[in-house]
Structures are given as structure tokens and as C-alpha cells.
Design a protein around this ligand. Structure first.
Ligand code: IPM
Ligand code: MN
Length: 347
């Protein structure tokens, strides 16, 4: 297997390193893994003046799987091109239209999925821009983005949700803002239409504003949540707090081929980058998903999942988790990775 690693910026390289430790242990378990490294985001801007170059896209396409750390940082704040554009380009060019973000915590009996649309909506909709115009005779800046979705984009995302829900609790929660937005009215209509093709799946619709409450208060009622790009971005950060901290959430993005992109949901945390204190769990849980989806090895996937939670259950954690753990024992990023790797291999 050719696995491409794009560590990116900020804490990306530190957390990617922990994932690589476990991948190397997978080699000991008999897997033939070839690791390739390349650039995306700010580090790519520094090197090529672009956040993602065509050659890296080509390598992405030729690899069996992609692992991405995170992109962005203060350094590029005033650059005309942003590191984040590299990630958006990668998602778009390789058609990663569905982003699955599991919100799962065995300590708290939490287990649901957020399925976020990743190729459309306000992130990509045209027209978008910033211009100057005379308003009341005063030269004034104005800006605009477009929340744009077509039927086909909505259907393919919704179907991912319904198909995943078949082998779960058969409960879909669709989040929109159909009391105001046209794009959401169409979304809701299509959800109801698609649901007719699936027997015994219960569909519930929530407006995004009230959903932010429901996600915290009644998360036990949730199973598969489907939503658009921007709402999915926002609620996944919110839901990370259900499981502990923002550093805990993994994700996988799917396209219409078998290529997958694995990345934690959090950003590059430039304030703590390079200090070896970042929480690597979002990254390690992304590998849990990879062992299931790419390696088709539920045994190793579960083993890694429980190794991570075993380390936490012994009280070991990075600084962001200490308020959630009794008698915590503070460890750094490297030590956390080593502990997980130890239980993954020896237990
Ligand atoms: C995420 C991130 C990205 C997004 C940023 C880095 C562009 O916040 O994956 O949730 O907004 O999609
Ligand atoms: Mn986000």
C-alpha cells in the first residue's frame, strides 16, 4: 500500500509522527506499507508559492490513501493566497464530497456520525468576492459568497448518510435552515424524497440554530447526522466537546472511487505548534478509521481504538484533556503516541 502523508502546518507534523509510529507497528503485523511524504498548505506556499501544486495532486491520485495533518497559521495571514486553499483544492479536485466525522466516546456512551457535504455550498459557490463600490457616495468595501447546491450534489451526499444508517440505528437527522435559505429548502425536499427509497429509516429535520442545542442536550437520540458544508464544519467543532476536546475528532472523506482522505477535524493550532504538547487523538482515531475502511481490518481498528481509550483510562493525557480526567497524568504528544503504540502492539 502506498500511503501519502501530508503533515501540513502547525501541529500537523507532530501529530502525523504519532500516526506513523502505529503504521510502522502495522508493518510488524504483516502489512506492506510504503510511506510517501509531501507538502500542502503554508509549507507548500513557502516552497512553491502555492498551497498545493499539480504534482502533489497527481501523487495523491496515484496513492492508495492520503493522510493529512492540518493547514494554516499566523505566518500566512497577510498572504494573498491562504494555506487553507490547498486543502479546499484537494477536496474539490479529487471529488471528496462526503466527509464522515464520528463523534464517539466509550466513556460517555456517545456514538453518532456527522456526514458533512464537502464539495459544495458557500465554500465554493460562485459568485464570491470582495470589491469596492460607491454606497451613499462613499467608497465602501463589500463582500459576497454564494450558498449554492444542485440536486445531484445533494442526492449523492444524502445517500451516503442513508446507506451508513442501514447498518446502524436507522435514524437520520438532517440539519438545515429551510425556514430561511433556498438551498436548505431544496435540501430538505430531497432528503424527504430520498427517504422514500429507504424503508424503515426514520428521518428527523432540525434547523441549524436549534440543532446546536439538541446536539449537546440530546446527543443520545442521534445516529447519523447529515448536513451541508458550512453547518457540518461548525457543528463538528461543537460536538468535539462532547467527547473531550477539539483535538479528539477524526474524519474520513470519500469520493466516488475508492480513494480516501483521512484527517483530524481540528486546525493547525499555531499557538502550541512545535512544543510537543498537541493532542494526537484526532489523528490516531483517523488511523482507526483507515484500518477499518482501507485495510478492512476490524480487529486492528478496534485494537487501536481501545488502545487509545486504555491510555486515557489510565489517566494519561495531553494538557487539553486534563480537566476531563480524574488524577490525570500529563504526557506530551510523543509520550502519548508511544503509550498507544505500546498497547497496540503488546496487549
Ligand atoms: C475543517 C477545517 C477546514 C474547513 C479549514 C481548515 C479550511 O476547519 O476541516 O473542519 O473549514 O473545512
Ligand atoms: Mn472546521
Amino acid at each position: 500500500m502506498n500511503i501519502l502523508i501530508l503533515p501540513g502546518d502547525g501541529i500537523g507534523p507532530e501529530i502525523s509522527k504519532q500516526l506513523v509510529k502505529i503504521l510502522k507497528t502495522c508493518i510488524l503485523y504483516g502489512y506492506n506499507i510504503n510511506l510517501i511524504y509531501n507538502y500542502i498548505g503554508g509549507i507548500s506556499i513557502d516552497k512553491y508559492n502555492l498551497p498545493l501544486i499539480d504534482n502533489v495532486l497527481k501523487i495523491c491520485n496515484e496513492s492508495d490513501s492520503i493522510i493529512l495533518g492540518c493547514v494554516g497559521g499566523y505566518k500566512w495571514n497577510n498572504y494573498p493566497i491562504k494555506p487553507e486553499e490547498g486543502l479546499l483544492l484537494l477536496r474539490k479536485k479529487l471529488n471528496f464530497f462526503a466527509n464522515i466525522r464520528p463523534i464517539k466516546c466509550p466513556f460517555k456512551n456517545i456514538d453518532f456520525l456527522i456526514i458533512r457535504e464537502l464539495n459544495g455550498g458557500i465554500y465554493y459557490g460562485k459568485p464570491k468576492g470582495i470589491s469596492k463600490q460607491l454606497i451613499n457616495s462613499i467608497p465602501t468595501w463589500y463582500s459576497y459568497d454564494t450558498e449554492l447546491y444542485n440536486e445531484q450534489e445533494i442526492i449523492r451526499l444524502i445517500k451516503v448518510g442513508f446507506n451508513l444508517s442501514i447498518n446502524r440505528k436507522k435514524k437520520i437527522t438532517s440539519i438545515d435552515k429551510s425556514n430561511v435559505l433556498n438551498s436548505s429548502k431544496l435540501w430538505k425536499k430531497i432528503v424527504n424524497y430520498v427517504s422514500k427509497q429507504y424503508n424503515n429509516i426514520i428521518v428527523n429535520h432540525l434547523y441549524i440554530d436549534y440543532a446546536t442545542i439538541e446536539l449537546i442536550k440530546n446527543f443520545k437520540n442521534l445516529d447519523v447526522v447529515i448536513t451541508n458544508n458550512i453547518f457540518g464544519d461548525i457543528i463538528s467543532d461543537e460536538c468535539s466537546l462532547l467527547t473531550g476536546s477539539l483535538g479528539m475528532l477524526p474524519s474520513v472523506s470519500l469520493n466516488n472511487k475508492s480513494l480516501c482522505l483521512f484527517e483530524p477535524c481540528h486546525g493547525s493550532a499555531p499557538d502550541i505548534a512545535g512544543k510537543n504538547i498537541a493532542n494526537p487523538i484526532g489523528m490516531l482515531l483517523s488511523l482507526v478509521m483507515m484500518l477499518e475502511y482501507l485495510f478492512n481490518n476490524i480487529y486492528l481498528s478496534n485494537k487501536l481504538f481501545y488502545s487509545i481509550y486504555k491510555v486515557l483510562s489510565y489517566g494519561f493525557c495531553t494538557f487539553d484533556m486534563k480537566k476531563y480526567i480524574n488524577n490525570f497524568k500529563l504526557v506530551n504528544t510523543d509520550e502519548f503516541g508511544d503509550l498507544v503504540n505500546y498497547y497496540f502492539y503488546y496487549d
